[in-house]
Design a protein around this ligand. Structure first.
Ligand code: TYD
Ligand code: MG
Length: 453
């Protein structure tokens, strides 16, 4: 029996130390260093067949390396394909992160059930019966989808040898453990070792592996940062659990752009793809109310029309409250100061509540204009015409600044039947002959006079 070896790892950044210390010298976090048992052995897990033992790589001229452009495995989900840049690349490792309960297992199980390939879905979190129940909710049956409830990588590889799947799904990387490391499942050294075994397997057999990863309370994928470096693609599944919308975003993609997003709706029978998000996000209120404004925002490459709601009321308690859902609270405070200073709105003693409907959050600065419009509208109790939408960034001196991809925004607004769009005067607009009227503004005062008359 080899002597047990231990090392100390920072649970936040994965740096290893030879002895314990209170603060990680690498990421400066306190109390994150934990002792883990490691045991080095010569033999590695993905060698069971012995087929790889004597294989050594040879240098090859780059001109002689064959690529197969169209080799991506297309899933039946357009949104998923889009985020991956056209489909799953053979031999790649895709990591899917997201909050507990957001729908990661549902997304990948649904994908596995609908794939036209032999798929192995390995779960370390749920029993076969639980997975079957979930599959029944999704109401799809498949003869090509195999379920394995196992957490030891050596056993998983044994089963893979037998059934030779075309694609492997692992739910989740934090539940796996390998014999070659003795610390508990979910620890830094286990995650690192299991991932590198899976990478080796994926690269040698050209089988893609989809991994589910948990995230920590501050939103990062649990485990060492190195995990994100090791895999080819990192996807994030996000949304508000109390709302039905889910956004699939790619944070890293070695084989495509990270600008694409996929939009899903969580229904009683699984996830449904949303191809026309704007139409769904806009409420179908026929009654017009003050405090509502429509912003033309951009998420990745896609235009999304979102409805901004503001409520401005006199503060009944000492300190006025400011609260915002789906929009940066600091930015809201900044816009309130701009409205106060540059447009003469007295908001100092008012409560201001802001909400982006649909439970999504938007970072695009182009929604600033709609935010101030909604606040003005609620404050003055004047309704903004529902044929108007807005896209512009607001600067500190009250100037309305241009935003990117303005043509795309104009065309989307026109497509959805808006008749007027408020924009910065300084945008370089290329589209011509549109049916939508462009209202160009340069200062916050212009916005006031356009909307409130
Ligand atoms: P789940 O995929 O288990 O989340 P994760 O793996 O990210 O932790 O999703 C669970 C949630 O999704 C749960 O709250 C129930 C809901 N759900 C539906 O609304 N409809 C469905 O068809 C399914 C399968 C789950
Ligand atoms: Mg799950």
């Amino acid at each position: 029996m080899a002597k047990t070896k231990t090392a100390f790892y920072c649970q936040n950044c994965g740096t290893s130390f030879s002895k314990w210390q209170g603060q990680c010298t690498s990421c400066h976090n306190w109390n994150t260093i934990v002792e883990e048992i490691i045991q080095k052995e010569e033999k590695k897990s993905w060698d069971i067949s012995g087929s790889t033992k004597n294989r050594t790589a040879k240098p090859t001229k780059i001109s002689e390396i064959e690529t197969s452009q169209e080799a991506r495995l297309k899933t039946t989900s357009n949104e998923f394909n889009r985020v991956l840049g056209g489909g799953i690349v053979p031999g790649s490792l895709v990591l899917l992160g997201g909050e507990p309960g957001i729908g990661k297992s549902t997304l990948l199980l649904q994908l596995a059930l609908r794939l036209p390939f032999k798929t192995l879905y390995v779960s370390g979190e749920e029993s076969m019966q639980q997975i079957k129940m979930r599959a029944e909710r999704i109401t799809r049956n498949s003869d090509l989808c195999y379920i394995l409830t196992e957490t030891k990588t050596q056993n998983i590889f044994k089963q893979i040898e037998v059934m030779t799947p075309d694609i492997v799904v692992i739910d989740s990387i934090q539940t796996l453990h390998t014999d070659f490391v003795e610390s508990s499942a979910g620890s830094i050294s286990q995650i690192r070792e299991c991932t590198s075994e899976l990478i080796k397997f994926a690269k040698e057999t050209s089988t893609p592996v989809l991994l589910i990863g948990h995230i920590t309370k501050d939103g990062h994928i649990a485990g060492p940062k190195i995990l994100e470096h090791m895999v080819d693609t990192v996807l994030q599944f996000e949304g508000d659990r109390n709302h039905i919308f889910r956004i699939l975003r790619s944070l890293k993609n070695r084989f495509g752009s990270t600008n694409e997003i996929g939009i899903f709706e969580m229904l009683g029978n699984g996830l449904r793809e949303v191809n026309n998000p704007s139409e769904i996000l806009l409420s179908k209120n026929t009654e017009q109310l003050s405090g509502n404004a429509i912003a033309v925002s951009l998420e990745g490459m896609r235009t999304l029309l979102v409805e901004i709601q503001a409520l401005v009321s006199t503060a009944v308690y000492g300190t006025p409250q400011r609260s915002s859902t789906g929009y940066n609270a600091k930015r809201l405070n900044m816009l309130l100061a701009v409205l106060e200073k540059r447009a003469g709105f007295r908001l100092g003693a008012k409560d201001v509540f802001l909400n982006i409907t649909g439970g999504i959050s938007v970072d695009d600065p182009a929604i600033d204009l709609a935010v101030i419009a909604a606040i003005m509208s609620s404050n003055e109790d004047i309704v903004i015409d529902k044929d108007i939408c807005l896209a512009g960034e607001v600067g500190l001196s009250g100037e309305i600044r241009p935003v990117n991809k303005i043509d795309q925004r104009i065309l989307e607004a026109e497509k959805l039947g808006f008749r007027k769009i408020l924009l910065s005067k300084h945008n370089k607009i290329a589209v011509k002959n549109t049916n939508i009227k462009l209202i160009l503004v340069s200062k916050i005062e212009d916005v006031v006079s356009e909307l409130l008359g």
